[in-house]
Design a protein around this ligand. Structure first.
Ligand code: SF4
Length: 211
């Protein structure tokens, strides 16, 4: 099977199985999704969704969050992973949003990654979700699934992102991020991939090697 055939098969399957994938994080505006994505690093979306309603009620805008201390923010995010550093990042991120971007979520990679707590993956999610740009954010699930299936071999998320971007048409990139992420979260899990119930075995390099 050629690499192009693999991509075609995988993308056709996902387009049928999950025509409208979306983030599982709950949010109402760009500021909220930025906060939620920062909180979701090495944490589950379900856990983040448990803490954000109270957090957003207390700090509905960048201005409100910037006026809080990180200790005050910490009270709301205690149950997510790395709460102390995330609370500090949120406070500093909000201050920078207010001081340099008028409280609005910026729309370039460079500006987004200048915000505390925002790395390339988070920036790519925001560029896609908020600004509709054709990005592929590579998180731990996307990285694992792309490597296992043989869609993109790479030692770093950036290598995988570049290969995926080269092969996936612009209009499908945003969806492809969610497809690979959700497939990794629910089927191609880190410790025990559920190959028995996976519908992508015929396109999967790892499956071919291990069976
Ligand atoms: S066949 Fe197994 S390893 Fe391959 S994508 Fe499916 S779950 Fe993952």
């Amino acid at each position: 099977m050629t690499i192009n055939e693999r991509y075609r098969g995988v993308l056709e399957y996902f387009a049928q199985a999950m025509p409208n994938p979306d983030t599982e994080l709950v949010y109402r505006n760009p500021f909220e999704i930025l906060v939620a994505v920062i909180l979701s690093a090495q944490c589950t979306d379900a856990r983040v969704n448990q803490v954000t309603p109270a957090l957003f009620a207390a700090y509905p805008t960048a201005e409100a969050m910037a006026a809080a201390t990180s200790d005050e923010i910490l009270r709301y995010v205690k149950s997510v992973s790395y709460p102390n550093s995330k609370a500090r990042h949120l406070q500093a991120m909000a201050v920078k949003l207010v001081d340099e971007f008028g409280g609005k979520v910026p729309d370039t990679m460079e500006q987004l990654t200048s915000l505390p707590g925002v790395g390339r993956k988070t920036a790519n999610v925001i560029l896609g979700v908020v600004h509709g740009k054709a990005t592929i954010a590579v998180d731990t699930h996307v990285f694992r699934v792309a490597n296992r299936m043989g869609l993109a071999h790479g030692k770093t998320p950036l290598e995988v992102e570049k290969t995926l971007t080269r092969h996936i048409p612009t209009e499908l990139r945003y969806k492809a991020h969610h497809w690979l992420l959700l497939h990794g979260r629910y089927t191609c899990k880190a410790l025990r991939p559920d190959c028995v119930n996976c519908r992508l075995t015929e396109f999967c390099q790892r499956y071919k090697k291990t069976t």
